[in-house]
Write a new protein. Structure first.
Length: 312
């Protein structure tokens, strides 16, 4: 009965196993794969403790909630602030807590431990820079949707991005959100915070003087600079070099918001390469199409816990 259903001649059959079987299978795949392509989405950063709502939002944005009724960090990014001082007041803090603040719970570090020494590449829609912060090789990462650490011209009049770290810290000091204590920046009590930044800190394009904006893909003004094209090229090259080898497509926390960037291509490439294995780690939405089911390891669980099991 069972054999009749089987579509592939492969000796692998990963469907219908228990949680612990799957952990062992994934561990083995990571160990034996010729190459690992990591595809990461928002769910990975949520597992890493970077939730955009609830307690974490209240902790850093209580004044924005009170004054504007903003309920979480995601929607706050789209709020129509009436001045650039308020707009950058929001964004300085958003960039800081999600990009520069070190509050890792070890999830990205565990992932690095798992793939260290392997031939890997990271494709991600995340813009929070957590891969590099955890120590992943910058030449093996393609951030497709931008980076909180970069600004671009809002028009845009030219294709270049600018590092924002220094200006963001100045903004946070001017808001009273950070203060310097013994050469270190610390977050102050919320009673000392103000919403607006000083007007002279509003960033302007060095070429046309238009206001700068975040380098995030939300419409067709997104700037793809040289770094973006170079990373895109490295990714395509990595895929081409491992075309028919034993490749593990490791999909982490990808929802159905933008499946065309990672999820669907991973399915297609697994289908096309009979030596490939697809793994999907997702809390609530872990599944694979029937055509690749026998070569898929789908784990519906907290990614943080799964990594802790895998590094054991
Ligand atoms: Zn410009």
């Amino acid at each position: 009965m069972f054999l009749k259903k089987k579509t592939y001649k492969s000796t692998k059959n990963y469907s219908g196993n228990t949680y612990l079987d799957k952990i062992e299978q994934l561990k083995n795949e990571i160990k034996t794969a010729d190459a690992i392509v990591i595809g990461a989405g928002a769910g990975l950063s949520t597992a890493a403790g970077h939730s955009y709502s609830g307690e974490r939002f209240e902790k850093y944005f209580s004044d924005f909630k009170e004054n504007y009724g903003i309920q979480d960090m995601y929607s706050g990014g789209f709020y129509p602030f009436s001045s650039l001082e308020e707009y950058w007041g929001w964004w300085a803090r958003h960039i800081y807590v999600n990009r520069y603040l070190n509050d890792s719970n070890g999830t990205y570090e565990n992932l690095l431990d798992l793939v260290k020494g392997k031939d890997y590449f990271v494709l991600t829609t995340n813009v929070d820079h957590q891969f590099q912060k955890a120590g992943f090789d910058k030449k093996r990462i393609f951030y497709t949707q931008g980076d909180y650490g970069l600004w671009q011209c809002s028009k845009p009049c030219h294709n270049e991005n600018y590092d924002n770290e220094q200006t963001v810290y100045k903004m946070l000091l001017s808001q009273g959100f950070l203060k310097e204590v013994n050469g270190k920046y610390v977050i102050t009590d919320s009673s000392e915070w103000k919403i607006e930044i000083d007007s002279e800190l509003i960033p302007r394009c060095p070429k046309c003087k238009s206001p700068m904006t975040m380098n995030l893909r939300c419409d067709d003004t997104f700037v793809q600079d040289e770094g973006w094209y170079a990373a895109n090229h490295c990714y395509s090259d990595f895929i081409r070099r491992h075309e028919n080898l034993h490749v593990l497509f490791l999909e982490l926390g990808i929802g159905m918001n933008t499946p065309v960037i990672i999820k669907y291509p991973f399915w297609k490439m697994t289908y096309a390469n009979k030596n490939a294995v697809y793994a999907c780690l997702n809390y609530g939405e872990a599944y694979a199409p029937r055509e690749i089911e026998s070569r898929s390891i789908c784990i519906d669980a907290d990614i943080k816990k799964v990594f802790e099991e895998l590094v054991k």
